[in-house]
Design a protein around this ligand. Sequence first.
Ligand SMILES: Cc1ncc(COP(=O)(O)O)c(C=O)c1O
Length: 475
Amino acid sequence: MILPKKGVDKSDISKTLTEFQADDLDWRSGKVFGYVFDPGEEAMEVGKQAYMQFLSENALDFTSFPSLFKFEKEVVEMAVNHLNGGEEAVGNFTSGGTESILLAVKAARDHARVHKPGIKEPEMILPITGHAAFHKAARYFNIKVVPITVDDTFRADVAALKSAITKNTILVVGSAPSYAHGVIDPIAEMAAIAKENDLLFHTDGCVGGFMLPFYKKLGEPVPDFDFSVPGVTSISMDLHKFAYTPKGASLVLYRNSDIRKHQIFACSQWTGYTIINNAVMSSRTGGPMAAAYAVLNFLGEDGYMNIARQKIAATKILLEGVRKHKDLKIMAEPDFCMFSFTSETISIFHLIDEMNSIGWYIQPALTFEHSRHNVHLSINFSNVEWVDAFIEDLYKSIENIRDVTYGEIGAALKKEFENKDPDSLTDKDIQDLLAMAGTSGDDFPDAMADISEMLDVLPPKLRERLMVEYTNGIF
Ligand SMILES: Cc1ncc(COP(=O)(O)O)c(C=O)c1O
């Protein structure tokens, strides 16, 4: 492909774009559990219009675009009030949960550099259920992750936290809730331990932070997770998930500006314009900020309470349907509209392929520590009317795959690779493994069960290496 010499007609471009979309997940069907957060047509339209109106404005310099400054300030204020931040709490708008987490971790590292200069090899304590974005932050910012285990309900183990603290610890993390199992860590206990030990504590509220206060108002038993908990010093909360604003919208909030200060980047050591960045990016569209402002105001508390009410009911129906089936097992009773289930009698990965082949989208998760491979469901507003149909198709799909043979690839690979150091494998070994998984060629595989089964038995580090090599190869 090369840049066309002569510009292409705009109707042809539009046709091509639509053709490209043909194989995308059909999220408008309401049968996709994940990825797209659809608040309904009207709110979606409000968001789109605001986004397009500010598409070209640049948040690089908030003094040149005071409109964007206002959006950010007002949205942060709403969030601070929503999460009991009080007078001193502050925050910023970011492009997503990962960026919010990167910034909170970077702020913790630089806060420690000033307040605990003796720490040369900073450590972050992270439950094994904590989001991968914390690992990314650790790798980017040279911080050691100290993983701690979780109990049978997949909530962080408080005793493990206590013993993981060292003189190098700078940050403790808890999730509200964790993505995989939808359960909230014991934030109050964890934050109290952090406070006693003069450590910063981050609540990852990327998925739950915005909705959980509405769940609580509706009488759901939601444990405290926000700034009302002594010791919580920062929170990440996405808007582009369960606040249903268009993508590119999250917030990172701090108990006070003394901590937040360490997030901000300024640079005057070059020949160009002076740089001050609240976030990781410099130039960025004003679209997501405008859209977030618009959708939050459009839906208001009543709109979100309505969404929360319907999602709570839908989640209960799905849980009941899964619980009743003899072949399925819910991994943990969730605190939010997301949960996972597994099976010891049928192939979970084939079940996922079967469901996805008839128009659903459900997600596999691989085995990690004592979290067995599973199906993850994030229940969305758009899924609400489909829950009965989902359970019906799930039961049918189980019968369709009941007799499928599985486990052989896994068993063979496990034997071969279980004790091998991934770094000792040659590029050829890796290419052979990728070929074995059927990942060669330009098309993405339709059926994923064999690939998932294979990855499931490999050590996590080897999985990572395979995924890097695969991605490196296809782009
Ligand atoms: C708990 C949690 N934290 C962080 C993230 C990362 O968010 P993003 O994909 O917006 O970067 C996610 C994404 O699902 C999440 O579930």
